[in-house]
Design a protein around this ligand. Structure first.
Ligand code: NAI
Length: 706
């Protein structure tokens, strides 16, 4: 776990060996402590070099250990004894030095490259690079390059060649030099007259950026301590803050989210096929049909990953505007990264005949079943017989689309999120006839273009949008009952969402949902425009969003939506008194007596409706486990990471409490059937509230009884 070798006669080389990233597990820490003590005792050894196996210095703490009680030597005294050692210690950083990995390096006297804290990192880093730079790095967790680390003064030397070799040469050259100046813990606090205002500004910034998250706030408090207090006191403060974080549910939620994300790509299908028993064919060349909002982003993602793309549009005007947008995005990206844009990988065309040699096609035309069916059957006339056909539909039936093709096993959904070249989530939707190879190929492609892939079954809206629909319903019911868009959004933002649901609606365009509701028969000529009904297709219905669209209020694009904007396209949402009057008129018209709605009710109704539908999705076998649902909400819908995801949140609040609340809200709103607690939730409560990690096995047993 830490290999000790003697090199060049007088150097002890300590190599961390814990693949894949040499995380600081108990065994690695034990290895380091033993090796350091051996090196300090060995009179032949004059200097010590640390490195990591496989050209990765150290990825930080071993998160697996956070959930149990810690064993093995603790990190803080280990780093202290390294720093206090009477022989120069040099960290040869290759690849990464993250979190505890950087703290380990900071305990050395010299570094040959670097990155990021809670084992003294918040106290040592500011002493090395100053308060403003340390605050920025610690609160954002931004990774810095070797060159930037050198400029910041984090590392002593950067080498193009072998870092371990360079570290050994550095070690040999400093033997005998005094070590105290290199011991960061001995440096005085880096107090400067403006420290307070720098820390206050950082605090305001992290509160704004990571709403409701405790860790970034604690980071600022720890760095402030580094500026104000002697090292020992600062370390005490760091430990107190760390203890508070560890005890908070937020740390558990973050760890849960980390593992849920890591396991998301390990898909399995009901027929037993899964990620490790199915081979994926490689994709060299892909087609993208439709160069609108989504097609553009999809084409950009593919090309950036080195895949050549044939992009198809219906008419020359659309083709030209799509081409311009895709080219501009690729050029901006290339400029940022200092490389030339891979425009040679792109072909634009109005003809499907260009698609003869592609391995896979992603369809992103309008959300219209008949149009998509036409496109699918036309594609079969030109594609190679083993080419995959994928649809980016937001929720249409993948089986119905597959049925018009000559290759049902090769049809899957690849549901991207807007903007497709930025958003990390990809729902890979398997239909009842999709082959495991097709799923494997879509997931492999998703991973290659940097997406977090979650494999889900076929139903209306799949996982994300099926749940979103009910969450949207609750938010507008809250308006009917007495809330304002501002109140609902504020409660959601305080909970941790980056943006409230009404602001999100204004941003993505309220006309989008309006068109979908028209197409699904919820809006039609029978609806009274003056007093539209609040009951449609057998369910409670809120006509407020339609009424807004009738007034031309589509959101940011028209300068008016749930909020007011200075001009069409501008982004700053302002309260609109007209909306208040509009809501009051509406309630009067329907005889609704408004009541005061608390933030707690907003959160309960929005979060618990999501979890309740998540349980139904698990009952139906549409998602393989609660972690998959949570990953979808974390990466596609802005759910705050420090709250784990809607299913984790329900488990943290307690399933009995969630059940009680849903029963209560369903009693108050008997006409909203989605508030009725799901059978699975009831069964899990009856089974004694098992922890979320055990739900999967309970679900397996329970499914046969449901
Ligand atoms: P869009 O309206 O921006 O673009 C659709 C494009 O398809 C247009 O440029 C149109 O000219 C083109 N098109 C229509 N028929 C065609 C044909 N026969 N051949 C080639 N091109 C054709 O629509 P958007 O927003 O890009 O949506 C596309 C699909 O992605 C829809 O199914 C939508 O539900 C889905 N989607 C949309 C998301 C969004 O946030 N906009 C998010 C996730 C999925």
């Amino acid at each position: 776990m830490a290999r000790y070798t003697r090199v060049k006669g007088s150097i002890a080389l300590i190599t961390l060996t814990n693949p894949p990233v040499n995380a600081l597990s108990a065994a690695v820490r034990r290895g380091i402590v033993e090796s350091v003590s051996r090196a300090l005792k060995d009179e032949q050894v004059k200097a010590v070099v640390f490195c990591g196996e496989n050209e990765k210095f150290c990825g930080g703490a071993d998160i697996k250990e956070f959930s149990g009680s810690m064993s093995g030597p603790p990190l803080v005294p280990m780093i202290h004894s390294m720093e206090a050692g009477e022989k120069p210690m040099v960290a040869a950083i290759e690849g990464v030095a993250l979190g505890g990995g950087l703290e380990l390096a900071l305990g050395c006297h010299y570094l040959t490259l670097g990155l990021l804290p809670a084992a003294g990192g918040t106290q040592r880093l500011p002493r090395l690079i100053g308060i403003p730079a340390a605050l920025e790095l610690i609160t954002t967790g931004r990774h810095v390059s070797a060159q930037e680390a050198l400029q910041l003064g984090m590392v002593d030397q950067v080498t193009e060649g072998n870092a371990v070799q360079a570290a050994m040469e550095l070690a040999l050259s400093v033997i005998g030099q005094p070590l105290n100046p290199c011991r960061l813990s001995l440096r005085a606090p880096v107090w400067a007259p403006d420290v307070d205002s720098v820390c206050d500004a950082a605090l305001a910034q992290v509160k704004q950026r990571s709403r409701g998250a405790m860790a970034p706030v604690a980071c600022v408090q720890a760095v402030r301590a580094a500026a104000m207090l002697p090292y020992g006191k600062g370390m005490e403060r760091e430990r107190q803050l760390m203890d508070t974080l560890f005890r908070s549910g937020q740390a558990r939620a973050m760890q849960y989210a980390f593992f849920a994300q890591r396991n998301a790509g390990k898909w399995s299908l009901p027929n037993g096929a899964q990620w490790n028993n199915t081979k994926a064919r490689d994709v060299q060349r892909a087609g993208v049909i439709g160069l609108g909002t989504m097609g553009q982003g999809i084409a950009v993602s593919l090309v950036k990953a080195g895949i050549s793309v044939v992009a198809i549009e219906t008419d020359i005007k659309q083709l030209e505007s799509g081409k311009k947008a895709v080219t501009a995005m690729l050029q901006r990206d290339a400029q940022r990264r200092g490389v030339s844009p891979p425009l040679h990988l792109l072909t634009f065309s109005l003809s499907f005949h260009q698609l003869g040699d592609v391995d896979l096609v992603i369809e992103a035309v309008f959300e219209d079943m008949n149009l998509k069916k036409r496109v699918f059957s036309d594609l079969c006339k030109v594609l190679r017989e083993n080419a995959l056909i994928c649809t980016n539909t937001s929720g249409l039936n993948v089986d119905e689309l597959a049925a018009v093709t000559d290759r049902q096993p090769l049809v899957v959904g690849m549901h991207f999120f807007a903007p497709a070249h930025v958003m990390k989530l990809l729902e890979v939707v398997y239909g009842s006839r999709s082959s495991p190879e097709a799923v494997a190929m879509a997931v492999a492609l998703g991973k290659r273009i940097g997406k977090v892939c979650v494999t889900v079954g076929n139903c209306s809206g799949f996982v994300g949008n099926r749940m979103l629909k009910l969450y949207l319903d609750q938010s507008v019911y809250l308006l009917e009952e007495g809330a304002t868009p501002e109140q609902v959004d504020q409660a959601l933002e305080e909970f941790g969402f980056a943006m409230g649901i009404f602001k999100v609606g204004d941003l993505s365009g309220l006309d989008v949902g309006w068109r979908v509701r028209k197409a699904s028969g919820l809006i039609g000529p029978d609806v009274d425009p003056v007093k539209p009904s609040r009951w449609r297709l057998g369910r409670r219905y809120c006509p407020l969003p339609d009424m807004l669209c009738q007034q031309g209020r589509f959101g940011q694009k028209t300068g008016r939506g749930w909020y007011l904007y200075d001009s069409p396209g501008s982004k700053e949402a302002k309260s609109d008194p007209e909306i208040r009057n509009f809501l009051e008129d509406y309630r009067r018209k329907y005889g609704i007596i408004p009541r005061r709605i608390t933030s707690q009710e907003v959160i309960e109704r929005c979060a618990f409706i999501l979890a309740n539908e998540g349980f139904r999705i698990l009952e139906d076998g549409i998602a393989a486990g609660p972690e998959d649902i949570d990953v979808i909400y974390l990466f596609g819908y802005g759910w705050p990471r420090h709250r784990g995801g809607p299913m984790f949140y329900a488990s943290q609040v307690g399933l009995s409490a969630v059940l009680e609340k849903l029963e209560h809200y369903h009693r108050v709103h008997p006409d909203v059937s989605s508030l009725e607690p799901s059978r699975l939730l009831r069964r899990l409560v009856a089974e004694g509230n098992p922890p979320i990690q055990q739900w999967k096995s309970h679900i397996k047993n329970l499914r046969s009884h449901l």
